[in-house]
Each structure stands twice: as structure tokens, then as C-alpha cells.
Design a binder for this molecule. Sequence first.
Ligand code: PEP
Ligand code: MG
Length: 780
Amino acid sequence: MSPHTQMAVLWLDEISADDLETVGGKGASLGELTGAGLPVPPGFVVTAGTYRRFIEDAGIDAELMDLIDIDVEDSSALAAAADGAQRRIVETPFPEELREEILEAYRRIGDGDAFVAVRSSATAEDLPDASFAGQQETFLNITEDQLLERVRQCWASLFTQRAIYYRQEQGFDHSVVNIAVVVQQMVDADRSGVMFTSHPSTGEPTMIIEAAWGLGEAVVSGAVSPDNYVVSRADGSVETTIADKKVMHVRDEETGETVERAVPDDDRKKRVLSDVALEQLVELGEHVESHYDTPQDVEWAMVDDEVYMLQSRPITTIDGGFDLDAAASDFEATEPSLSDGSGVQQTGTNATETSERGDLLLDGLGSSPGTASGAVRIIRKLDELDKVGTGDIIVTEMTTPDMVPAMKRAAGIVTDEGGMTSHAAIVSRELGVPAVVGTQNATSLLEDGQQITIDGDKGTIFEGAATVSEEREPVEEVRPQAPVKPMTATEVKVNVSIPEAAQRAAATGADGVGLLRIEHMILSLGKTPAKFIEDNSENAYVGELIEGIRAVADEFYPRPVRVRTLDAPTDEFRELEGGEGEPVEHNPMLGYRGIRRSLDRPEVFAYELEAFRRLYDMGYDNVEIMFPLVNDAEDVYRAKREMEKAGIDPQKRKWGVMIETPASALSVEEMAQAGIDFASFGTNDLTQYTLAVDRNNGNVADRFDELHPAVLTLIGDVIETCREYDVDTSICGQAGSKPEMVQFLVNAGVSSISANIDAVRDVQHEVKRVEQQLLLESIR
Ligand code: PEP
Ligand code: MG
């Protein structure tokens, strides 16, 4: 199609979600919603192609790219680039044909003199993985005489400082980002606001609706603290927080401009949404979410009792559950630094030492999770942004998009105004900076330079700095703020095999780690322990173990982490450098592995135990030691002696064994007398040894049954004996993630169940269900 035959505009009802490239995120979304029968005000889009044609026909496209080819961290270069590029666009005249086409379209809206909203709609905006909140222009209450000027200003908004900065930061190529402009009839709203169709942090089926008087601008820009309604989609219950709404945005009848007015006294503390209005909005939210099949961030407005949808876009901050691919990408972004030599790793929002935290100074809405300490920097004017240094806390009436570079440097953000969906809230969530919004008077109560600690979960602000200053970890942001973790008497723990999974494992809300395998840490060295020591020194080997274990122990502290000593079979060792000398075994599963090998090579085992001792010295009293593949009390006594030789006091530390062989199950009483604190069922091995079914042999895989009565009898008997001796019991084999096994174990009185990361939630619920059944039966 030649450029001249292409239409400059497309009507909303001609557009679908597939037209993103042509009409931008906002336009595509509105078109899609119109097509889905949702109450979208009428309008059209000046397409991205029209913008492209405009700059190309005028010959300014290459010039624009040259102008913005700068270092975005250099504030003055950024300002000059933005200014130059915007000027270039605004000063370039409209070709006559294009003028007419746009005005002609406008005249077909309403009676031909309608007030319209003119908004930019960038083609890289609103993508599911990057919400560019508040980044482009919006002009309200526009009529014909200003329309073209506003369209050109929208185009220019592609080159504001913040837009250039954001694109650079997020890795978007400037030259392929186009911009469309949505022209849409204004809704002269008497009430408006925003709505999250699911919880923006946890993804729970909870709608969060914010509402204020007048036009929606006031809520979106954070000019007003809106009412907040939290609606449970499960049972329809509503939690309402009525705000003191001081201002509203309305259309000035004379000038047509949007102006800020004081809310009449009687309305300030009045509830904006009636139950009926709430119901209408919830219905609308459900309709949109199910249409897109993903939670949405919706702008809505009401005129009398009529609801309109102004825009909708996917919520960008919800993590998609606990899948491992997502975990892998988390790791790339958040490689923990494990070798800083200090005893405590200062990462993650789990660090909770707050000994120097003082009085509660004020509170607001916790809108971006995490806690942060730092010096207050009160920002009243944009040119004060330079005073925000790394690790400071920005305190301002409300944030604006121009503050984004400073927000990124900041450790935390506090605002006087705004709700859960204000600019400050959305951007800080996305940047991963803890934030408290809507405090009413932070800018007057707090003082420049004052040390404070903010809690972005609870919405509180304390005097003083917590002793542990927390660095931000993107994975923390997606951690459920209020995990739906049921309280259970039986502890539910999690299994970890790679230290990098620690954050994810901890995010499940598990009561600790029931099994930390260290094989991965050692096998990933590429050398057998003996070879690694020979090439790099004993100390280096111990150091590797400490770092791996510590990554997990830190993440869970003070929850217990049960670390198992080395249990790799000879066939796996043989793959490693130095593995040539490994014995060739007919069936390695029945061979030289677990505690057998460790006791046979005490000089190598001693380094593992040395790592534990040093961890205890560092204060990791949550670390427990577990010995694999023991058969009897003699194995236990020998292992205990090695512990003592390594300087670990078995009385003081928690240690125990895996129950993986029928022999160990049958001799648990003697092992209890030897002093173990716990016994943990390794059902993968217990099953293979009880049934004589090699767990790696496909020919007999159908006979591998952890729920076999013989296996269950062994387990049941061990639990009974251990209860007599006050020894804790647990399961850390794969079967701990199976509901039938969970039922059996809880009924038998197991102390804890350790499941895979992805199964923890389900196991928590299953345990709860079985415990409740037990309780019910006991009183029936
Ligand atoms: C088991 O045997 O059940 C167990 C947890 O240990 P591994 O799978 O590492 O042998
Ligand atoms: Mg095992």
C-alpha cells in the first residue's frame, strides 16, 4: 500500500488487539474493549504510521535520532536532547491533507463540537513486561481548534526526558518506537478512578478499586488520596477505606480546561462508591479480566450511574506463579553476592533487624513492598532532584514522571498524596523501590536529612535507620505480601538443591528447608572434592561449601535449614575431573555413597564438617546437619564422632539422619538413643531398597511405589518410635509432595513435611485439611 492511500486514522470499532503496531497499546486496548462490548466512549486513533509519515515526509527522522544519541545519565545532555527533539516536532508544519483528515474524523464524534481527550499511545507502551506509567501526554477537554496542536504535542511526548531515559534503560530501540494518538470523547465524570482486577502484588482474586470525585486525572496523577475498596472476588466481602478527598478535577464550564477545585466540605469524607456502583465496577472488571485472560489495571469513570471504561492494560507486577523458567530469569537479575566476607548477607526484604528503628512517625498506604532506611530528601521542585543520592528516601507531595531517574537512585519513596495506583505507587513497584504513599503530611512532618525507615508492606514510617539496610531484590517484589499460608501444626518445609533457588524457596512461606542437597554445589565445581582440594586448597573447598549453604541459610534465617552431607554415587563422581580413580560399580545405588563413603574417607568428610563449624561460628544457628544412607546406630555414632572431631558440639547443634534403608527404619530406636534430633524419610531410596526396585531402572519403574504398604509400615513404625523418644520426624523424598502421602503422614503424627518448591502451597493446604479432619473426628 502506498503511503498516500493509507488512512491517517482508524476508528476504535475498526481496531483489535492485533493492531498494536498501528495504534499503540492504548489504542489497541480501547479497540479491543470496544469490540468486546464494553462501555468505551467513542473515538479514533491517529495511527503510528501517520506519525512515521509525518517525520519522514518532513525529513526530520534521522535528525531526531542524532539528537537523542546521548548518555542518558548525563542530566544536562538529556534535557538538551529532549528539548531539541520536541521542538523539532512541534515546529514542523502539518501537511494539508493530513490536517483535513484528522479534523474530518473529529467532526464525526458527538455533535461535531465534542470535548475530546487526546492521548499518546506509544507502540512500546503497555507491553506486558514494561508499563511506562504516566510516560506520555494526555490532554483533556480538547475541541477542534486545539486538536492538531495537541496531536503534535503527543508525538513530541515520545521525546520527553523521561521517555528517552526509560527507553534507554529498558533497552528499547528509539528508532523503532512509534507513537499513535487516541482521540476520544470525554466523559464528564462525576466520579472516577482506577481498578486492579486482581491484587497487583500477589495476583490473588481481590479487586482493588480507588475512587475520587470528578475526573480521573486526580487519582491517576496522585493529586488526591482516593477512597480504597478491596473486594474479595471469592466471597464478595469489601474492605473500605474512606479518604479525605480534598481536591477534585473538573471541567471549567467557561474555558473547557480541566481545573482543580476544592471538594465541598460535605463530600470530602463521603464514600464515593455505593454498593451498587461497586457491584457494577466488579462486574466490569471481571468482564475485562476474562476477556484478556489476565489481570488488568483499569481506568474507569461514572456519569450519573453509567460506568465507562477509559483504559485497561495488563498489570505488570504480578509474578506468574512459581515456574522454574521464571526463577531462572530471576537469578540472572539477582545473582546473590555471597563472598563479601561478612557474617550476614544484606540482601532481600527478609532482613528484619530493626534495633535502631525508633518511634512510628506517620503512616500511609504501603504501595510497593519492602523496607528501606535512609536520609530524607524533601523534593518540592524538580530542580531539587539532584540532591537525591543513592540510598536516600525521596519525600514529596507526589511523584511525577520526571522524577523517575531520581526514584531509581532512591532507597525508598514517600508521598503525601496518591493511592495504590498513583504514579508513585506504580513506578516504585516496577522499579522495585519500597514506597509509602498517601501519608497526607510527610513533606511537612519529616525533615531534610532525617534518618527514617519505611515499610512498604505495612505503610509505616519510623524514626531512625534499621541496623540492616536492605538492598532491593526484584524477586522480593513479587513475593506474596500476605501469603495465603494456612497455619498448620505440622510444619511444611521445602527442598532445595541449588542455592540460587533459595529466594524462590523462601518465597513460598515454607517453615524452613527440610533438605538442602549439597551435591549440586560440589558437582558444579567440575572436580571431585579430592581433586578440587589438590588444585585449589582445602580452604577453597570449604569456602565453596560455605558460600552455597550460606546463600540458603541467609534466605531462611531464622527458619531452620537442614543440610545433608555429601551423597553422590560413584557414577556421578566418575564424570568429574579426578573421577578416573572412582570404583566401577555394578549398581552404584547399592554402593559407595552417602555416609558409607564419608566414613571411609574421613579426611575429605572433615572439610565438609569444617564448613558447618565455620557457619556456626558465623552465627548461622539455623543450620542443621543430616547424614544420608545410614543403616544403624553404629553409622550414627561414627558420624557423631567425626562431628566432634571437627569441633561441632552434637549437644548444641541439631543433627539427624535420613531414613532411606529398611535397616535404618528398623534400628531407629537405637539411633534415637545415640542422640539424633530428627529422622527424615528419604522415600526415593527407602522405596527402592524396600521393594528392591532400582529408582533409575526404567524396566521396573512401574513397580516403584512409595505408597506400598511395606514402605508405609516402615514409615509408620518409625514415626511411632520417634514420638516416644521425642525425635522429630520428617519426609524429604519426592513422595512428600503427594497428597496421599501427606494424608498418611499427618495422620501418623509426622512433625514436618518437606516438599518441592512448586508443591509447597498445595501441601500446606492438604496438611491443613487433614489436621482439621483429625480435630473434627476427635470431638465428634
Ligand atoms: C531420598 O532418597 O528420598 C532423598 C530425598 O534423597 P535423594 O533423592 O537425594 O537420594
Ligand atoms: Mg536418598
